[in-house]
Design a binder for this molecule. Structure first.
Ligand code: GLN
Ligand code: ZN
Length: 756
């Protein structure tokens, strides 16, 4: 039996994205949007059916996000949306907000780059079941000759991922939520003679608390006994779920899904499942990375599992939502690299072949991927395209001076102050300036060959000139070039590195209609030539002030890419770090005195299990340090992190050894400051003074107060003044007065400090 946890829904040509955006822009009506959605669902079901998948999901489609769908299913729309009568409009208001309604908060789905919307649960929350979507998708599939399992986000995960509106724990509402799930199951039980329901419970893979495990027990003891004709599978992924298995084997559910790719410790649970007589949904085909499976290896792994074959269902490790659709539109990609990859459709075939071999079935003549697969995995191992001797040697011979800066931070900072001579409370920005339609068009024209390199460069330089002028007029102390040449902070660098490639059509849903095309790190990484030096030195040549060079750090580069799986990740981090170090060295040699190495994705890359944290921290810190160790004592290294909870990672932040860290503090009501308050941080900090997500222009008065607040945590000698994050999503007419006000407020505060 072959099982897929869920399928991507955005469409292989991003049809759903386009239809949604057309609907929002009123170019198509609701019926046309529904029609596209229906076509996609049917197409996706048929793909799976044709590939011989037995367990195909319904209710894995969504117009925006499955968590919002679950909010609707539970009748748990927050009160502030209740005035919107039309349910379709209400749905999109929760997702995107409108002129009268703020959208729900959005956050990352565990450690993926998919974002879900956060349910809001009141104390004593009232729920009421809404099975419209479940029923209609199930029926639609059935009418098209496909019997589906029904996917639901399970009650424990739904509540654990929710936010209590009054400081309450949403999990306290478990009992009434389970009542609703039970009613939903009763409705489902009337749909067919026998039905399988998959409950996704990934929350259980992150160090589950006793309370969660108790909730799990009470929920599934009840739900598994609602209707005799429903088989319940509880599915987990991304890590091991051993504590959850201990609970679930004592309930009457039918099967448990475990991820053996990202949760090798799940092996400890297999015997228990075997004994319980339940089915094991064995996640062996990587559902979130894009490399061809080692089919022989997977079959061998399955064969060794201490469980009867009849009890095993062969599965993807998680929903295929996290990988692109198919390689069949990749026309430009290097042929060899392409042969090493497997996107969603290709994974379906792998899964079938693994299952057939595991069961001792003969392969059909059209199933030669199996034979090809053996070859592919061999060529990948020995390909010169992947393996660079010089990169390897360089890594092996890393010396102490390439890993650590050569002077402790307090002494470095002293020298930097002498060289850089910036005032107290220095003002700066995080790097990007408005990415206007004009800027984007310029890059597009260049990419498509509509304009030549000379014209492109001179136009980018005009944007830089303007950006420098704006910053000088506003009176900022440390300037930036504005990042106009960059489409994206990871893609820009990925495109220039050896060992990294891009697909043409490898889109993955990030949230709603938004998709990303992550870089593919397939080989040893190196930097053939400088990537930013021309732009930054040009910008420096236009001003007497200090120009800050701007790079993306190794941890963020990897966390937002598909990373090769044939090397330890630690090695890939280090290779990336050395490539960035080369750029730091060149910027420094070109006279750039401050270099910022952004690590926006540092915190979100944390492992789901605390047992793996120390290892991640060690590797990530080491990579960051390798990328910056080349900086001389007088070269100041900045890093930047977007909103992250630092409370539990202050020693790690400290260990990164950046001279200055800029962080996002304004947006979240300064909660971050607490982390620094309780930690004796010796280096300098730019604690963001205004939220860049809003078009609002902060007043001088308000900014003075924000700065004063930060001065209660940091001494004036260690505090920088800057916005929360980059300004690329803002308009010039918002940015200019905001920065002017920021500088005015800083000057007012400086005057007060000096007179004290
Ligand atoms: N330097 C980048 C910018 O300003 C940082 C972006 C980020 O933190 N996400 O846009
Ligand atoms: Zn940021």
């Amino acid at each position: 039996m072959r099982y897929i946890h869920g399928f991507p829904r955005i469409g292989e040509q991003r049809e759903l994205k386009k239809a949604l955006e057309n609907y929002w822009n009123k170019n198509i009506n609701r019926d046309e949007l529904q029609k596209t959605a229906k076509e996609l669902r049917i197409r996706h079901w048929n793909y799976q059916k044709d590939a011989g998948i037995d367990y195909i999901s319904s209710n894995d489609f969504s117009f925006y996000d499955l968590m919002i769908d679950t909010i609707v299913m539970m009748g748990a729309e927050p009160a502030r949306y209740r005035d919107i009568e039309d349910s379709f409009e209400r749905y999109f208001a929760m997702a995107r907000g409108d002129s009268k309604h703020k959208a729900l908060a959005m956050t990352k789905w565990l450690n993926t780059n998919y974002h879900y919307f956060v349910p809001e649960i009141e104390p004593g929350q009232k729920f009421s079941p809404n099975t419209e979507k479940i029923v209609s998708e199930y029926t639609e599939a059935k009418e098209n000759g496909i019997k589906t399992k029904i996917n639901l986000i399970g009650p424990v995960t739904f509540l654990d991922f929710a936010r209590g509106t009054k400081g309450n724990d949403p999990l306290d509402e478990l009992e009434s939520a389970v009542e609703i799930y039970a009613e939903i199951l009763r409705t489902i039980s009337r749909l067919d003679k026998n039905i399988t329901v998959q409950f996704d419970e990934p929350a259980l893979v992150k160090d589950p608390s006793k309370k969660m495990l108790k909730a799990l027990e009470s929920a599934y003891s009840k739900l598994s006994n609602i209707a005799g004709n429903i088989d319940i599978f509880v599915s987990t992924y991304f890590e091991h779920a051993n504590e959850a298995v201990d609970v679930l084997v004592n309930t009457d559910i039918k099967g448990i899904g475990l991820d053996f790719v990202y949760g090798p410790k799940n092996l400890d649970s297999v015997e228990k499942i075997a004994k319980s007589g339940k089915l094991l949904i064995a996640g062996v085909v990587d559902g979130r990375n894009i490399w061809v499976s080692d089919i022989d290896g997977k079959v061998e792994f399955l064969n060794k599992l201490p469980i009867e074959k009849e009890q095993v269902i062969v599965s993807s490790s998680c929903s295929l939502l996290h990988v692109p659709y198919t390689l069949r539109y990749e026309e430009k990609m290097d042929k060899n690299v392409k042969s090493w990859l497997s996107f969603a459709l290709e994974k379906l075939d792998e899964l079938r072949i693994i299952d057939k071999l595991y069961r001792g079935e003969t392969l059909g003549i059209d199933e030669e991927p199996y034979l090809k697969n053996r070859k592919v995995n061999k060529t990948r191992k020995s390909s010169v395209q992947i393996h660079s001797l010089s990169v390897k040697e360089r890594l092996e011979s890393l010396t102490y001076t390439q890993k650590e800066r050569q002077m402790p931070a307090p002494q470095r900072l002293k020298i930097q102050h002498e060289v850089l001579k910036y005032p107290i409370l220095p003002t700066t920005t995080i790097g990007s300036f408005p990415q206007t339609a004009e800027v984007r068009k310029l890059r597009k024209d260049f990419k498509e060959g509509a304009i030549g390199e000379k014209e492109y460069k001179s136009k980018i330089k005009e944007f830089i000139d303007y950006c420098v002028k704006v910053q000088e007029e506003a009176g900022l102390d440390v300037l930036v070039h504005g990042e106009f040449e960059r489409n994206d902070m990871v893609e820009y660098f990925g495109e220039m590195l050896e060992g990294v490639t891009f697909s043409q059509n490898g889109w993955v849903q990030s949230y709603g209609s938004r998709c990303v095309k992550p870089p593919i790190i397939f080989g040893d990484i190196s930097r053939p030539k400088p990537m930013t030096v021309e732009w930054i030195t040009y910008a420096q040549s236009r001003t007497e002030k200090i120009m800050k060079g701007m790079l993306t750090g190794p941890v963020t580069m990897l966390n937002w890419s598909f990373v090769r799986d044939d090397l330890p990740k630690e090695t890939v981090y280090k290779q990336m770090a050395l490539a960035i170090a080369d750029e730091v060295a060149d910027l420094q040699d070109a006279g750039i005195k401050i270099i910022q190495v952004d690590e926006a994705a540092f915190k979100e890359g944390y492992p789901l299990r605390s047992e793996n944290r120390a290892q991640y921290e060690r590797v990530a810190v080491e990579a960051f340090k390798i990328s910056t160790a080349v900086a001389k004592p007088e070269t100041q290294i900045h890093t930047h992190m977007c909103y992250s909870d630092f409370n539990d990672i202050m020693p790690t932040i400290d260990a990164m050894d950046a001279d200055v860290i800029t962080i996002e503090t304004a947006r979240n009501g300064n909660r971050l400051l607490e982390a620094f308050k309780n930690y004796n941080y010796q280096k300098e900090v730019g604690a963001g003074v205004y939220d860049i997500h809003s078009p609002r222009i902060p007043s001088v008065e308000e900014l003075e107060k924000e700065i004063a607040d930060r001065l209660s945590v940091f001494p004036a000698s260690k505090l920088w003044v800057n916005p929360d994050c980059g300004l690329k999503t803002r308009k010039w007419e918002e940015v200019i007065p905001s920065l002017e006000n920021m500088v005015k407020a800083t000057r007012n505060i400086r005057a007060k400090i000096v007179t004290l």
